[in-house]
Design a protein around this ligand. Structure first.
Ligand code: PRP
Ligand code: URA
Length: 210
């Protein structure tokens, strides 16, 4: 597994505002979108391309374009949905699949309540979006879903990660092709499975308590 933790003052600045408990939902949503676009720049570094012949107003030349099959972007509902716009801004030709997962707040075990993905993901590059990597249960289950359908490689973009979650994903994926891109690697999980210092419940801060 490859781990990339962003080191950029703009990302840290935006994360600081995001973490602040006084930041209201509309600002939180806007910042989430902006952060994803910045992180997606790094996360798509290995997106597959093929050569493309074009003619500029001056001369024929060879460039590249994103290969078929197109990348698949998978937000994990509900909080991952807040990251979708920021991602597709950068790769507008990507397809989008959905996974709905919720973590039991007592046992911290994830369960899947919705799934809308292509049946066959052979040769597909997949990008999973979830703002929070806490125990790693939700992201780990999403990664297994995608590889079970034949995904070639999986890149996960998370705004914040806990060391416990990173270690769990690393152990789970073994030598499969997985990249983790984090906005920041935080200190630890608390006794309730929340990331410390974290930002609280990302889904609630994006969409309100349900
Ligand atoms: C949050 C978050 C992740 C998960 C992380 O979702 O968005 O999906 O918890 O925790 P884990 O690494 O321990 O699995 P939650 O279950 O709160 O659902 P929501 O997105 O609907 O709020
Ligand atoms: N899910 C969240 O939304 N926040 C955490 O800190 C952990 C899991």
């Amino acid at each position: 597994m490859r781990l990339h933790v962003a080191e950029h003052p703009l990302i840290t600045h935006k994360l600081t505002v995001l973490r602040d408990e006084t930041t209201p939902s509309p600002v939180f949503r806007q910042l989430t979108e902006e952060l994803v676009t910045l992180l997606a720049y790094e996360a798509t570094r290995n997106v597959r391309v093929e050569s493309a012949e074009i003619v500029t107003p001056v001369t024929p030349t060879t460039g590249v374009r994103i290969s078929e099959p197109r990348p698949l972007v998978v937000p994990i509902l509900r909080a991952g949905l807040g990251m979708l716009e920021g991602m597709v801004k950068l790769i507008p030709t990507a397809e989008v699949g959905f996974l709905g997962m919720v973590r039991n707040e007592e046992t911290l075990e994830p369960s899947t309540y919705a799934e809308r993905l292509p049946d066959d993901l052979s040769d597909r590059q997949c990008f999973v979006l979830d703002p929070m990597l806490a125990t790693g249960g939700s992201l780990g289950a999403a990664i297994e879903f995608l590889f079970a359908r034949g995904a070639q490689d999986v890149t996960a973009i998370c705004l914040l990660g806990a060391p416990e979650g990173v270690a769990a994903i690393e152990k789970q994926v073994g030598d499969r092709d997985v990249t983790l891109v984090l906005g920041a690697l935080d200190q630890k999980l608390n006794e309730k499975g929340y990331i410390v210092p974290g930002l609280g419940d990302a889904g609630d801060r994006l969409y309100g308590t349900v």
